[in-house]
Design a protein around this ligand. Structure first.
Ligand code: NAD
Length: 441
């Protein structure tokens, strides 16, 4: 039986979740207080880059089970479940999650419920937040009605968000109310009926699963990055090492790609928030601390690697940079290693021309004056080196011979190991530098 759902916060998570719930047969309204976003959606434009989202949204809007609104009070009315999918960035100047978007949304929702409603917290929130939200909403809900919280962390990845949502490794939710649990089960029944695992837990456990998972993945990447550094010295190949250890089922092959360090809208802020929660409870979190530190140091090491490839200094060098987002197949530049690296390279006197297939508008705000080109070829014209920072398929599909021909000095620093040295050099590149393997030339 379909569920009447509202989602507050129509960003990467809210919009994808809303469109997927609608596709699973539920009646969904997505709400945001950013009028431009909602106007765009009501005019058929998707405000973010996410493969397949355009088609999924338009199909469900046409079917009549997906709508968009800025009117939170009006949209919450009559809904059995209202999801909160607003941002939880780091609090400026601290490691803690800034929960004011969540708390504001919770109060707004609770003041407008007109029936029994589950307020489902999908935003990533530190342990204790759901209980705090439950306490706050008690004071806001009109007397004759009731609202209870459920924690339902989200595990989708940008770039494969629809696939991840529709084919989840697991669905996790925690609530202490029977009626809320029944509604949550109805919401996920179409996926549970297909055999996807639904794990019901206590509220605190659900909250912590999300942080423990993200921190573990960040640790895995930092680990392989440090192994990559060792590989470069001892003559090993990190990609083969990763394959060799990833075939062990106890380890698994995912998240073992060495690169320029992790970033994005989740790992940095979530590892910091986990560290802050642990510190608050005086529990050592040494391994997470080490991963954060390792990732910070990695940025300096990568800068050094680029300087070394440019004969010791990038001052006055024209560098083409491929990739501004934190990884391929997204337009999200939040805490992207590319942004920090471009800033550092520019400070060292490099002249950057950057290309990113998603043309992220936010990058121009973060890096005022950055020259963003419309094509890969435009970026490399007269360049002294090409630095590859993300793993877009468009980069792999480039005509390397054409790129090399346009460059003043055909040097490639491939920080995602997209190519192999033989191919790159056979296409006219003079020098190929990658991560986790010494180059032969
Ligand atoms: P986002 O910034 O893309 O979207 C948040 C949206 O909420 C914005 O559009 C904002 O305008 C809106 N908003 C804020 N306050 C509001 C209010 N009171 N009423 C209506 N709208 C409001 O954020 P996101 O990347 O979708 O992340 C949302 C949450 O999900 C975060 O806690 C994040 O950690 C978590 N998460 C994100 C991902 C991811 O890959 N992006 C994956 C899993 C979990």
């Amino acid at each position: 039986m379909n569920v009447r759902i509202a989602i507050v916060g129509t960003g990467y998570v809210g919009l994808v979740s809303g469109a997927c719930f609608a596709d699973l047969g539920h009646d969904v309204i997505c709400i945001d207080n950013d009028e431009r976003k909602i106007n765009a959606l009501n005019n058929g434009c998707i405000p973010i880059y996410e493969p397949g989202l355009d088609e999924l949204v338009s199909r469900n809007v046409k079917r009549g089970n997906l709508r968009f609104s800025v009117d939170l009070p009006g949209s919450v009315s009559g809904r059995e479940a209202v999801f909160i999918a607003v941002g939880t960035p780091s609090h400026p100047g601290t490691d803690c999650a800034d929960l004011h978007f969540v708390m504001t949304a919770a109060e707004q929702i609770a003041s407008n419920v007109d029936r029994f409603t589950v307020i489902v917290i999908k935003s990533t929130v530190p342990v204790g937040t759901n209980r705090e939200v439950q306490r706050v909403i008690k004071h806001c809900v009109p007397e004759q009605h009731m609202a209870v919280v459920a924690s339902n962390p989200e595990f989708l990845r940008e770039g494969s968000a629809i696939e991840d949502f529709m084919h989840p490794d697991r669905i996790v939710f925690g609530t202490e109310n029977e009626q809320a649990a029944v509604i949550m089960r109805r919401i996920y029944a179409p996926l549970e009926n297909l055999g996807y695992d639904v794990l019901t837990t206590g509220i605190e456990t659900a909250e912590l699963i999300k942080y423990a998972a993200n921190a573990f993945l960040a640790i895995k990447i930092s680990y392989i990055n440090e192994i990559a550094d060792l590989c470069e010295i001892v003559g090993a190949d990190v990609d083969r090492v990763a394959t060799g250890i990833g075939l062990d089922h106890r380890i698994g092959a995912a998240f073992l790609k060495a690169g320029p360090g992790w970033g994005g809208s989740c790992f940095p802020k979530d590892t910091r928030a986990l560290k802050a929660t642990a510190a608050e409870h005086v529990v050592p979190m040494r391994i997470v601390d080490a991963a954060i530190e390792s990732n910070t140091q990695r940025k300096y090491a990568i800068l050094k690697k680029i300087e070394n490839a440019c004969s010791g200094s990038v001052s006055g060098k024209r560098l083409a940079v491929f990739g501004l987002t934190f990884k391929g197949q997204t337009d999200d530049v939040r805490e992207s290693p590319s942004i920090d690296l471009i800033r550092a390279l520019t400070e060292q006197g490099a002249k950057i021309r950057a290309y990113d297939p998603s043309s992220p508008a936010e990058a121009s705000r973060l890096l005022p004056g950055l020259c963003m080109t419309a094509s890969a070829v435009d970026a490399v014209k007269s360049a002294d080196a090409l630095v590859i920072l993300t793993d877009w398929q468009q980069f792999i599909d480039c005509d390397l011979g054409e790129l090399a021909a346009y460059m003043a000095d055909p040097v490639m620093i491939d920080l995602r190991n997209l190519f192999d040295e033989q191919t790159v050099c056979s296409k006219g590149f003079r020098h190929y530098i990658r991560v986790g393997r010494k180059s032969a030339n």
